[in-house]
Design a protein around this ligand. Sequence first.
Ligand code: KG4
Ligand code: ZN
Length: 340
Amino acid sequence: MKKREIYILGIESSCDETSAAVLLNDQVLSNCIASQQIHKDYGGVVPELASRAHQSNIIPVVEKSLLDANIDKNMLSAVAYTNGPGLLGSLLVGSSFSKSVSLGLDVPLITVNHMHAHLFANFIRRSGLSKPNFPFLGVNISGGHTQLILVEDFFKMKLIGNTLDDAIGEAFDKCGKILGLSYPAGPNIDRLSSKGDSTKFSLPIARVKDFDFSYSGVKTAFQNLVKESKLKDPNFIKNNIYDLCASLQKCLVESVIRKIDSAAKKFSISEIVIGGGVSANSEVRRSLKEISINKKWKVHIPPIEYTTDNAAMIGIVGYYKFLYKKFDKLNVTPSPRFLI
Ligand code: KG4
Ligand code: ZN
């Protein structure tokens, strides 16, 4: 029997990337992202500017995604979009647009939790690679979240750990700002770390109960280190930039690895699924590879293009929800504070 061809249009607009993707079943045909550069001048995302930029980007991005996928809009089987968590004004743009698509083309409307999507990006078909098996330990490390999740199946999961304050990506970005690096600082810190000595500066890993995280302490310690050292050497940052980045990166990554290790032990899980922007980090990838050999874990990390915010990850959740006929009504509203 011929497999049914399901075309999903995925829409992502939760923060500062406007993205549209087309999937044919679990395979990505196109994934277009318009990154909003306007926030760079402000050192962080300005919500009102983000919503305006989504408004002007969304139509061209969707048109390009259809063009790249080489399909006509009438071939779409459903539209799936991010319904939260995220900035309300930004979410409303993707939500209203998707409802118009659903209504105009008479196709089902599918809401997607952005945090599920970061993990399920690992279910996008990639030749030669197997998909995660349930149950697994989900690890979301992004600019807005740091979460450990026990995932039993596509629609059954339990949050077992969360950050008590900043998210790990936020820690990268805020500490980068102290060093004068532009927003988002995570990728810059990653790049500069490759030339540095990660043992040069010692930074604290917060001791937090069970599987929770905290990053406010390391940020304060980092700020104090830089402030005090600059009193002795005004060029301290410039003279130590590589080592500062490498030491910070090592500490932040180690904080996650330790929690994964204790959760994997406690729940006897060896299948680990990582998602979110910080999973692009080279030290995250290197240390997980190293430790997984030792601990016999099977670790899944998405390819770089599906780590930071993108619509392909929204499309893959849309595809599985389509298979299970989990459709939404047109009066559904965004949930900016969704957890999992
Ligand atoms: O998943 P994402 O695009 O947005 C949220 O859902 O929050 O994650 C963005 C975060 C930013 O904090 C950014 O600095 C961080 O991911 N990031 C990185 C790297 N690439 C992106 N952090 C460390 N190393 C990287 N290579
Ligand atoms: Zn995200």
